[in-house]
Design a protein around this ligand. Structure first.
Ligand code: BUP
Length: 457
């Protein structure tokens, strides 16, 4: 009989941390002879999302696009004003509207890959259409174990209490209570309620595709896949780190500047797309970068959503800082091409919030990380980073958005990041293992090829 070609619908939720792995996966699927339909909710929360979607489609003309106009919905409660969480909920509550649109696609779909935060809604459609549904997790396997177990934790207040010191998840080392995202202690919080309802749907899905690799999280992956965490989870399928596709070339001054810096000499500082640092913390970081001798590239953000970021660099930085660092460092505002920066030989260390995509990119390049988690899954990710030998982490710094770290402290850790030879070599080892996982016949590549086989059966 004639071989069927997979036709996969990819459905990410809101925010660059969610869109990025889906676009990378879409690009990988297209180069593996799959048809791809990218479903995107409209309007997007950030400008970065709409720009990246347009650019992706213009450079991948073979990808089909299904724009999903969200009806206006009032958030079901006022537990948060985070526009990304509000959008997660709006997308999940509207997802049934996709049913007729997916049904009428031609050629017919052979599988749906959806974001974890829309899983419960998509599962119903997939069952109805008789299609395999895979979840694409935008977080670490370690965080998945917490999420999968969240319905049990939240159903019993004694299990998940900010008064305990550790949270027990079967089959795994206990998680320190400080690593649990603060909203999880409130089961009515929009974010928590969303995750719980989606975690409940996991037993219905065909598999969970993870942007991680076996070597990076071996114990967690084996605990999850052997049924020790929960007995009813589907296969957990590590296919990462997902391969970046070519982004628009930046016309900005930082690339020629990087070209002129010695190998591994520059500290790259970026806290991701959704962290607005406090003015006080920005000042401490500025004073630190002024007093150290290292070269640096600092991406500075002062609002949660990019279109609100109106403040000029001049208003955020002191005159003395600008003057005294002008030959040694660059501060940029707005979107930069991080994957290109991390691939540059001048980068010697990465001060990172440990968003899971950033971790994957650092892993791919073997760049030592100074973990400075800000919110969400990032403390759990920081544990993974430290354990794998990719980076260092000062636990006592707390959640970035809640505490103030003084310049001397930051200075001390940046010194360690840049000088620790052992760290540099273990980080390089991570880079080699990440590369191996993605090569033909490598652990992640094999898993992806199996999934593509299964998605046409
Ligand atoms: Br900011 C920024 N340029 O200026 P994470 C981010 N990125 O290329 P987040 C840029 O966006 P969550 C910039 O390389 C990564 O692929 C970066 O995802 C890229 O963190 C992605 O690292 C950001 O997962 O998301 O955005 O905070 O809150 O989901 O962790």
């Amino acid at each position: 009989s004639e071989a069927i070609r997979p036709h996969i619908a990819l459905f990410p939720s809101a925010g660059m941390g969610h869109l990025t792995p889906f676009l990378r996966l879409a690009s990988m699927l297209l180069s593996n002879n799959c048809d791809v339909t990218l479903i995107t909710a409209k309007p997007t929360v950030s400008v970065a999302e709409s720009t990246h979607i347009s650019f992706f489609l213009s450079t991948h003309p073979e990808a089909k696009h299904l724009e999903f106009q969200l009806p206006y919905l009032q958030p079901s409660n006022s537990s948060t004003d985070d526009p990304f969480f509000i959008q997660f909920e709006a997308i999940l509550r509207s997802v049934h509207l996709l049913h007729p649109l997916l049904y009428s696609l031609s050629p017919p779909l052979t599988a749906i890959f959806s974001d974890f935060v829309v899983a419960s809604g998509v599962t119903r459609i997939a069952v109805d259409l008789g299609l395999p549904h895979y979840v694409v997790a935008t977080f670490s396997a370690k965080f998945l174990s917490l999420m999968a177990y969240l319905p049990i934790l939240t159903s019993d207040p004694t299990k998940l209490s900010s008064l305990s010191t550790e949270i027990d998840i079967p089959g795994l080392k206990p998680l320190p209570v400080e690593s649990i995202p603060p909203p999880f202690f409130n089961s009515d919080h929009l974010f928590t309620a969303n995750l719980v309802s989606n975690a409940r749907a996991l037993p219905e899905v065909k598999g969970i595709l993870m942007n991680t690799f076996n070597w990076f999280e071996p114990e967690t992956l084996s605990a999850l896949n052997s049924g020790r965490v929960l007995s009813n989870l589907p296969p957990i399928l590590p296919i990462g780190p997902l391969v970046p596709y070519e982004l628009k070339r930046e016309e900005r001054q930082y690339l020629p500047w990087l070209d002129n810096q010695p190998t591994e000499s520059v500290v790259y500082v970026n806290f991701g797309s959704r962290t607005a640092m406090s003015k006080d913390q920005i000042r401490e970081l500025q004073d630190c970068l002024e007093s150290i001798e290292y070269r640096f590239l600092w991406v500075l953000k002062s609002s949660k959503v990019d279109k609100d970021d109106q403040e000029d660099l001049e208003a955020l930085l002191s005159h003395s800082f600008v003057e005294s660092t002008k030959n040694r460092g660059i501060v940029v505002k707005g979107w930069i091409n991080q994957q290109e920066i991390l691939a540059h030989p001048a980068i010697g260390g990465f001060v990172s919030h440990c968003g899971w995509n950033s971790v994957g990119e650092a892993a791919q390049r073997g760049i030592p990380v100074l973990a400075w988690p800000q919110h969400g899954d990032q403390r759990v990710n920081a544990e993974v980073v430290e354990k794998a030998g990719l980076g260092i982490w000062e636990r006592s710094w707390g959640w970035g958005v809640e505490s103030l770290v003084k310049q001397e402290e930051i200075q001390r850790k940046i010194g360690e990041l840049m000088e620790d030879k052992k760290l540099r070599s273990t980080a390089k080892k991570v880079g080699e293992e990440a590369k191996k996982a993605g090569e033909i016949g490598g652990s992640s590549n094999k898993v992806l090829m199996q999934v593509l086989q299964l998605s046409i059966q």
